[in-house]
Design a protein around this ligand. Structure first.
Ligand SMILES: O=P(O)(O)OC[C@H]1O[C@H](O)[C@H](O)[C@@H](O)[C@@H]1O
Length: 542
């Protein structure tokens, strides 16, 4: 197995070498191997004491294998071939990459979009097993999914007890609810934080049920763990390079996996890096989905792909190396890599908005302008009269070291429902999808600026880059997209529907961003399909 970190840029290499020398001199690798919680300063120490379990997961997680294997065998024997994972952030990003890489199907629910959840519900409910994963056991999206699936199973005459598997920390409210309901529960290691939990029960249980070879994943990680003890320590080198580069102004970390056999690691690494480093007005901005631009503040990390740094290794090894590197970079940046102090701001705003609105409409405000099926909310100068004007204004407003972030609270899969001609070639089909996919906006806008443009699906990004948006440097410009809901979904036992929660989450984050003085515009699509097409057309006119 080739597990290595190499440098393709002389400046990066020299800075990394110098930082590694200093880190070794300070005894950091030895202290980290020994799980020393004092490495991130006195303020982080208390939390670090209960957050370093990930270093040992390649070994300790093996204890879970008999339970997981038996569970997977039962699920298979019962013909439950549709595995749905309800989980946000650290509770779903790793299984998504593991399953994509091992090429086994997994339906991930990390959305509050009613259309997306309805699609999952309509898919083989009689053969569905749902993994409800939440470390805290109190995440609102995951709680909603659990309630919705419980109801759907009951309505179909299916006992949810045989269909719901819970992964959570010991003592969480979810563990208690699951015990009462008679669900199968797999307890996770409480000494591991959400975004460092790829090799814990959170990564392994849903992936094994979907058919991935998780024992192999642990073998790969164990090999990397041995390398982290040695002198040629890839995690130390990567963390030193990322941290030192950021300190010298190269703080946009472009993740390039174009040649990697691993499928989707950047989406996982994005959360790890953004939530771990983006706080106290500092941080490293992970950039996923666009090509390198050569900008002076850009650092290209290639996953099995050339870059300023190139990280080679199979998936299990990559997880551990990136976690180790992030912890090291956190030390260099002087932040606690295990907390997410600003994530709660949006959650609190959302809760307040829902409570204050009662049964009435949510406080959306009035549009500043309307362009066809797109309403524009936010401060728009007089001379801006249409959507291309709004997009131009946002692009021109990006600060010199800044970025634009597109935040889309829409159905991530809607574009793939668009009918395509029967005899269409693959190229034609992908063009049709792209023309209906809000994510295409990232590529269209990024070629109109030399600044990075990021794209996140809401509410998924709230548990990932959302921390950096609010806690990181004051240099982001935000474009939020919401849409009308035609076919809403009740959340059993709760006063809100899923669509109402989705909009409240968008408004909650809008409020949190505004309170921090971040420039933000919300576009509301009164007709989603026409709105996306109109928006993409406007982006081409900029
Ligand atoms: O696993 P859970 O407790 O449900 O948490 C899921 C996610 O939500 C939070 O908002 C955190 O910011 C994430 O780091 C975490 O992974």
């Amino acid at each position: 197995m080739d597990i290595s970190v190499t440098f393709g840029d002389e400046e990066v290499s020299a800075q990394a070498e110098e930082a590694v020398r200093k880190l070794v001199e300070d005894g950091v690798p030895r202290a980290l191997a020994a799980g020393d919680p004092a490495l991130w300063g006195p303020e982080a120490e208390e939390e670090a004491k209960i957050r370093l379990g990930w270093l040992n997961l390649p070994v300790t997680s093996r204890e879970l294998l008999p339970q997981i294997t038996a569970l997977a065998e039962r699920v298979r024997a019962e013909g439950l071939e549709h595995v749905v994972l309800a989980g946000m952030g650290g509770s779903s990003l790793a299984p998504e990459v593991i399953c994509a890489t091992f090429d086994v199907p997994l339906t991930v629910l990390d959305t509050t979009d009613p259309g997306q959840v309805r699609r999952a519900l309509a898919d083989r409910l009689d053969r569905t097993v749902v993994v409800v994963s939440s470390k805290s056991g109190s995440t609102i999206e995951t709680d909603s999914h659990r309630r919705i699936y419980e109801q759907a199973f009951r309505d179909a005459g299916i006992d949810p007890a045989g269909r719901i598997v819970v992964v959570t920390d010991p003592g969480s409210p979810l563990e208690r609810a699951a015990a009462e309901a008679g669900y199968t529960v797999v307890l996770a290691d409480p000494a591991v934080g959400g975004r460092y939990s790829a090799l814990s029960a959170f990564g392994l249980v849903p992936s094994a049920l979907a058919g991935a070879d998780v024992a192999r994943l642990l073998d790969q990680a164990e090999e990397a763990r041995a390398a982290l003890d040695g002198e040629a320590n890839p995690g130390l080198a990567l963390g030193a390079a990322i941290g030192a580069a950021a300190l010298s102004g190269r703080d946009k970390l472009l993740l390039d996996d174009s040649l990697s056999p691993i499928n989707g690691l950047p989406d996982w690494a994005e959360q790890l890096i953004a939530e771990s480093t983006g706080k106290q007005g500092r941080g490293v901005l992970p950039v996923v989905g666009i090509d390198p631009t050569g900008a002076a503040d850009e650092f290209v990390a290639g996953i099995d792909t050339e870059g300023d740094a190139e990280v080679n290794g199979p998936l299990g090894a990559q997880f551990l190396i990136w976690e180790y590197a992030t912890a090291v970079a956190g030390r260099l940046l002087g932040v606690n890599p295990f907390d997410q102090p600003n994530v709660a701001e949006s959650k609190e705003s959302t809760a307040r908005i829902l409570a204050e609105a009662g049964d009435g409409p949510l406080p959306t405000g009035v549009p500043s302008l309307v362009d066809g099926p797109v309403e524009v909310y936010g401060e728009i100068p007089e001379h801006v009269k249409d959507l291309p004007g709004v997009l131009t204004m946002l692009l021109e407003g990006i600060p010199a070291q800044g970025y634009l972030s597109i935040l889309s609270f829409l159905d991530r899969e809607a574009a793939f429902d668009v009918p395509v001609p029967e005899d269409a070639s693959f190229e034609v089909i992908t063009d049709i999808w792209a023309a209906h996919d809000p994510a295409s906006l990232q590529g269209l806008l990024s070629i109109r600026t030399d600044r990075p443009v990021t794209f996140g699906w809401g509410p998924r990004y709230l548990h990932s880059t959302g921390q950096y948006h609010k806690g990181g440097p004051q240099n982001g410009v935000f474009l939020q997209i919401t849409g009308a809901v035609d076919n809403d979904l009740e959340v059993p036992g709760q006063p809100y529907t899923l669509g109402r929660l989705e909009l409240a989450q968008a408004l909650g984050d809008l409020d949190a961003l505004r309170k921090r003085g971040r420039p933000v515009v919300r576009l509301h699509l009164t007709d989603r399909e026409a709105g996306v097409r109109h928006l993409l057309t406007a982006a081409r006119e900029v």
